[in-house]
Structures are given as C-alpha cells and as structure tokens.
Design a protein around this ligand. Structure first.
Ligand SMILES: [Zn+2]
Length: 322
C-alpha cells in the first residue's frame, strides 16, 4: 500500500485515490493508525446509494427535539447539551459495528463543528451540529439524482439540483518520491468524505445502470448495456435470473405501475426538498422518515408487481400518494 509511505500525523481519514478508483485509506486518531480494507470508489458510491440511513434519521429527530430545550447558556442548558452530545456519541458507537468510517467521520464532524463555532452561543452551536448532520441526508438524496442522470446519460444540473453536493473543502498533500508525486487527501467529516468521493466518481465516468428488477444502481462489468444486476432477490434468485419472468412487463417502459412509481417518487422528493431544506424554517409536511417509509413500501410494491407477486391495482394502491 502506497499510503503507508506517506508521513501522516494529523487526525483524520487519509486517502489515496488511484486512477482506476481504487482507494487506500488510513484513519489517524490520537496518534494511532487504523488501516482500512482496500476498496474501490465505485463500490463505496453504490453502497452509499443503497444506504437507508434509518438510524441517522431517528437520531436526528431525537436531537432536534432535544435542541429545542436548549435555549440559553445556563448550567441546565450545558447539562442538556452534554446529554445531547452523549447521545450522538452512543449513536456513533452503535453505527461503528457496521460502518467504522461513517461512525468515525460523524464523531469528527461533530467535534469539528463545535470547534469551528466555539465563539457562538450554545444554542447556535447545537443548531449547527444538527444542520451538518442533516447535510449527510441531503447528500445521499442528491446522489440518487446524480446516479439517475448518469444512468440515463443525461447532464447533471449541479447548480440547481445538487446544492449540498456541489462544494467541499478538503486537505490535500503532495509527496514526491523518485517515481513522481503522490497526492493524498485528508478528510475530517462525513460530508467531505462523501462529496469528494462523489466528485471523483463523476470524473471517473463509469457506466451506471439502474436494475430493472430491483430498481437499484449498479456498475455493469462490461461496456455492454446491462439491464439487471447480480443482487439476490427475496426469492433466492438473482435479478438476472429472474429477468425472463418479468421481461414482458418491462418490454414497454410505459407500464403504468413503473410510470406512476417514478412520478410519485419525484413528487415525494420535491415535497421533502421543499419542507426540510435547512435554509427555510417552514413547517415540515414531509420528513425523512416519512419519505423513506414511503420509498421502501413503494419500491417493494413496484418490485413485487414486476415479479408477478401482486396485481397492478394492489401495487398502485401502495405507490400512489395524495
Ligand atoms: Zn437488481
């Protein structure tokens, strides 16, 4: 691993991104170094596109509730803020088992935010922590849009549709050896990590497909147009194996259920975008958990319909919103 040659001391996740998307990552924390298993940019992005963030959403709702109680800078307020931060810490410890990187970078995001806004009053600091945690959810929603555009071969409207993913600041290091220069990155928050990787992914310009059976994104192994992924469905068959049975329904993409699903998804996303953008303080008519609860149910109904498990009417009843 090249990354082991870099003289690293500062805290954070250090990373080398190779031209083919291979990632080398090391976390430096309290002068200890944790080498992470090698992976590829494409894998990380597809994993992120599938992430449900359920734990995060519940955590954020609780934190928002708690923050309403922190109104000033009294002793009680500080005690409440401490409880608030302890909850974040506990949540990160729970996430750690499944996703070490996400847990580490979330903790580090919170620490960084408190440090950056240290001169602000306590309620403002707490509010900034919540906003930055919210940011992560927006990045994954925008990633869904980015991958959709890539899979259709259409342009990505960064200026209007990716306001949370457009920009980040990341530390870069340049290490010259006799073989040339090695560029390293150091990220200290989940936001930086995801945004950098999304930008690098777009630069890599891989072929992105959306599986017509399970509706999830994947990177085909060949340049040939591939309609189905290799994931295993509930039936035990892979999407590719199940394809002949569902093909007739997909022959015409004008199938009502698929069209309604896409239309309703757009509608729900716009509602979420309108009501939870942290620049506006409007009443929330649709929050993340409602959005994801709908999305999970609707996707399941759509997939069950194309696999022949439910009728068109049954599927539409679940998918359609008012
Ligand atoms: Zn699939």
């Amino acid at each position: 691993m090249l990354i082991n040659d870099l003289p690293m001391k500062l805290q954070g996740l250090h990373m080398i991104i190779h031209d083919n998307g291979d990632l080398e990552r090391v976390i430096v924390d309290d002068e200890k170094e944790y080498e992470l298993p090698p992976t590829n940019l494409k894998e990380v992005i597809i994993d992120l596109s599938e992430m449900r963030h359920d734990g995060y959403i519940i955590l954020l709702q609780t934190l928002e509730q708690m923050s309403k109680d922190i109104k000033g800078e009294s002793k009680e307020d500080y005690a409440k803020a401490e409880r608030f931060l302890r909850l974040v810490d506990d949540a990160c410890n729970a996430i750690e088992e499944n996703d070490f990187v996400l847990a580490y970078l979330t903790k580090s995001l919170v620490e960084g935010t408190l440090f950056f806004y240290a001169s602000e009053d306590l309620p403002t600091q707490i509010d900034c922590v919540i906003q930055n945690l919210n940011h992560i959810l927006f990045i994954s929603l925008e990633l869904d849009y980015i991958l959709t555009q890539m899979s259709k071969g259409e342009n990505i409207d960064f200026e209007n549709k990716c306001i949370h993913t457009r920009f980040c600041e990341v530390n870069q290091s340049f290490y010259r050896t006799n073989d040339g220069v090695q560029i390293g990155y150091r990220v200290q928050s989940v936001n930086e990590y995801y945004i950098l990787l999304i930008h690098k992914f777009i630069e890599l310009n891989p072929m992105v497909s959306r599986c017509q059976a399970c509706n999830r994104f994947f990177i085909p192994k060949t340049k040939k147009k591939t309609l189905y992924c290799d994931r295993v469905l509930k039936t035990g068959k892979t999407c590719k194996e199940a394809a002949p049975a569902i093909k007739h329904k997909l022959e015409s993409m004008k199938d009502e259920v698929i069209c309604v699903f896409d239309k309703e998804k757009n509608k729900m996303y716009k509602r979420l975008e309108r009501t939870t953008d942290f620049n506006s303080n409007t009443e929330k008519s649709l929050n993340y958990s409602d959005y994801y609860a709908w999305l999970d149910k609707a996707t399941e109904a759509r997939n069950n319909y194309i696999q022949g498990n439910v009728t068109k009417e049954q599927a539409l009843k679940i998918i359609k919103v008012d």
